[in-house]
Design a protein around this ligand. Structure first.
Ligand SMILES: [Zn+2]
Length: 511
C-alpha cells in the first residue's frame, strides 16, 4: 500500500472573455480570423496561439452596453471589447465609426495611461457597445490541471471596416496575423502550432464555412457549456488526459497521455488512485479502442505514486495480458505493488503501427527519479518529459531517488534535442516554448546552487541554516521540502569538490 493524502483543491476559475475577430474577403468563402501568438516568456500558455482576450476588471460592468438585458453577459461584452481594444487597437463601439485612426490612438492612450477607465472613456466620447456586435459562441473552463484557470466566454466579432488590428509592444503577445481558418487548422494538423481546445474548436468550426448553423455548430461542442474539457489534444494524436492525484501542490492532477495512431494506443502514466478518475480514463480509452485500435502497452515515466497509482486498476479493466513497460530502476522500487513486464533502456524505440508515423525514442534521464524516462518523437519535435519538466509548479529533487548532478545532466540532454516544438510534462498544460523553459530550469538550478555555495562559505553549515538564508522566496511551510532539495544540491557540490562534510556532519566550504 502507498500512503495517499487527501486530494488538493483546484483553483477557482476567473471570469474572462475572448474575441474571435473575423474578416471577410469579398472574393473568398473562407473567413479569416485574427490569431495571436502569446509571448514565449509567459508562464501561463507561453508560445500558444490564441484569440485576443483577457480577464474581467471590476470597472467593466459600468460600461454602456445596449440590447443585452443579462448583467453577466453585458459585463463579459464590456471586457471582451476592452481587451480587444487594448491588445489589437480594434475598437468595436457604436458611435466610433467616424473616429480617425489618430483619434482611436488617443483613446487608447487615455485608457493605457489610466486617465480614463473603460466605461468613462466610452461615455466621454459618446460611444456605446451593442450586444448585436458580439455573438456568443461558447463558454469554456480551463481544466483543473492548471494553476491559473479561466471561465471564458467566446464572442464572434466582425472586424469593423478600415480598422487594422495591430499588436503593440505589449509584453503578453508576440505577434498577430490574419489567417484563413482552414489554414490555421492545417498548421495545427502539421504540428506547427499549439492551441487550447476552445481555440482549436473555433478554428475547425469556422473552417467548415460560414453556414447558417455556424453558431449552433460552435455551441455543439461537448465542452462549450462550461464543463471542463477532459480530453485535450494540444497536438494531433497526443491526448493529454489530466487525472486527479495526491500530488505536490500547486498541482492537483497528473497528466496521463494517450498517444494513438489508426491502429494502436500507447498509455503513459495512468496515475490516479481514485475510482471516479480511473473510470473516466477507462471510458476514454474504451472509446479509442472502439474505433479499431489495440492497446500497445502502459508505459511509466517513473516510480512516483502519482504516476503509477492507476496502473493496476487499468490492467484489471483492460485485461491482465496488458503489458507494463518501464526502466529497470523504476521496476525495482515498484516490485510488489506494480508488475513491470518489459524493461525500457536508453535509446529504445517504440514504433506505433498504423498512421500517422509515431516513433518514440526513450531517453533515460535520471535526476528526479533514478529510473526516469522521457520519450522523444523527432518527426514532430514532441517530448514527453514526465516530471523532469512540468507545466505547473516546480520539480522536486530529493535524495535518494533524486540527484541534482544527474538532473542537470538530463536537462542539458533534453536542451540539446534539435527542433523541439512542445514538451508534455507530468503536470499542467503542454509547454509550447520548450527551449525557453529548459533554459529557465537550468539557470534556476544553477542560481540556487551558487546561492547555496555562497551561504556555506558565509558559515551556514546545516540544511536548515542554508534554507533560512537562500529560500527567502519560499513560504516557511515548504521549508522541510526545501531542506531536502538543499541536500540534493549539497550532494552535488560535494561531488564537485566545492563543499565538504565534516565528521560532525556539518557542511563546510571545500578546499
Ligand atoms: Zn515524480
Amino acid at each position: 500500500m502507498m500512503p495517499f493524502d487527501p486530494p488538493q483543491r483546484a483553483p477557482v476559475p476567473k471570469d474572462a472573455a475572448a474575441v474571435i475577430l473575423l474578416r471577410h474577403q469579398t472574393n473568398s468563402k473562407d473567413p479569416e480570423v485574427f490569431l495571436v501568438k502569446r509571448s514565449e516568456k509567459l508562464a501561463f500558455l507561453g508560445g500558444y496561439h490564441a484569440f485576443p482576450g483577457g480577464q474581467f476588471d471590476a470597472t467593466d460592468v459600468e460600461a454602456p452596453v445596449e440590447n443585452c438585458p443579462e448583467t453577466e453577459t453585458r459585463a463579459a461584452i464590456s471586457y471582451a471589447a476592452r481587451e480587444l481594444f487594448e491588445e489589437t487597437r480594434v475598437l468595436v463601439a457604436r458611435g466610433g465609426e467616424a473616429l480617425t485612426k489618430g483619434q482611436r490612438e488617443s483613446l487608447f492612450d487615455d485608457l493605457q495611461s489610466g486617465r480614463l477607465s473603460w466605461p468613462a472613456l466610452l461615455n466621454h466620447y459618446e460611444l456605446h457597445l451593442d450586444a448585436n456586435d458580439f455573438t456568443f459562441v461558447g463558454r469554456w473552463v480551463t481544466p483543473p490541471f492548471s494553476a491559473r484557470r479561466f471561465d471564458t466566454l467566446f464572442f464572434l466579432v466582425n472586424c469593423p471596416a478600415k480598422q487594422i488590428p495591430q499588436i503593440g509592444e505589449d509584453a503578453e503577445l508576440e505577434s498577430g496575423t490574419w489567417i484563413a481558418a482552414n489554414e490555421a487548422v492545417g498548421r495545427w494538423e502539421r504540428s506547427e502550432i499549439l492551441a487550447v481546445p476552445p481555440v482549436l474548436h473555433a478554428l475547425k468550426t469556422l473552417a467548415a464555412g460560414l453556414t447558417e448553423d455556424l453558431v449552433q455548430r460552435f455551441l455543439a461542442a461537448p465542452n462549450a457549456n462550461g464543463e471542463p474539457t477532459r480530453r485535450i489534444e494540444f497536438r494531433p494524436n497526443y491526448i493529454c488526459f489530466p487525472v486527479r492525484t495526491p500530488t505536490k501542490p500547486p498541482a492537483t492532477h497528473t497528466d496521463c497521455y494517450l498517444i494513438y495512431t489508426s491502429q494502436e494506443l500507447l498509455i503513459i502514466d495512468p496515475g490516479s488512485p481514485y475510482e471516479d478518475e480511473q473510470q473516466a480514463l477507462a471510458q476514454t480509452i474504451d472509446d479509442l479502442i472502439a474505433e479499431g485500435r489495440s492497446v500497445r502497452e502502459i508505459v511509466l515515466t517513473h516510480m512516483h505514486p502519482d504516476h503509477v497509482g492507476g496502473v493496476n486498476a487499468l490492467k484489471k479493466h483492460l485485461g491482465e495480458q496488458t503489458k507494463v513497460a518501464a526502466h529497470k530502476l523504476t521496476a525495482e522500487p515498484l516490485s510488489g505493488s506494480v508488475r513491470v513486464d518489459r524493461l525500457i533502456e536508453d535509446g529504445d524505440l517504440i514504433d506505433l503501427q498504423g498512421t500517422p508515423e509515431i516513433s518514440l525514442q526513450a531517453m533515460h534521464t535520471p535526476g528526479h527519479a533514478r529510473g526516469h524516462l522521457c520519450f522523444h518523437d523527432e518527426r514532430t519535435g514532441t517530448l514527453i518529459s514526465g516530471d523532469n519538466i512540468v507545466g505547473l509548479g516546480s520539480v522536486l529533487i530529493e535524495p535518494t531517488e533524486g540527484n541534482m548532478r544527474d538532473y542537470l545532466e538530463s536537462l542539458r540532454r533534453m536542451r540539446a534535442l534539435p527542433n523541439l516544438s512542445v514538451i508534455f510534462g507530468g503536470h499542467g498544460p503542454a509547454i509550447a516554448n520548450p527551449y525557453t523553459k529548459l533554459d529557465q530550469y537550468i539557470s534556476h538550478r544553477l542560481e540556487r546552487e551558487q546561492n547555496i555555495l555562497q551561504a556555506v562559505r558565509e558559515g551556514a553549515a546545516t540544511p536548515q541554516a542554508i534554507v533560512a538564508r537562500v529560500y527567502t522566496d519560499v513560504s516557511p511551510k515548504a521549508h522541510a521540502m526545501a531542506e531536502r532539495a538543499v541536500l540534493a544540491h549539497l550532494e552535488k557540490l560535494i561531488e564537485d569538490g566545492l563543499v565538504q562534510k565534516s565528521f560532525k556532519g556539518l557542511f563546510l566550504p571545500g578546499n
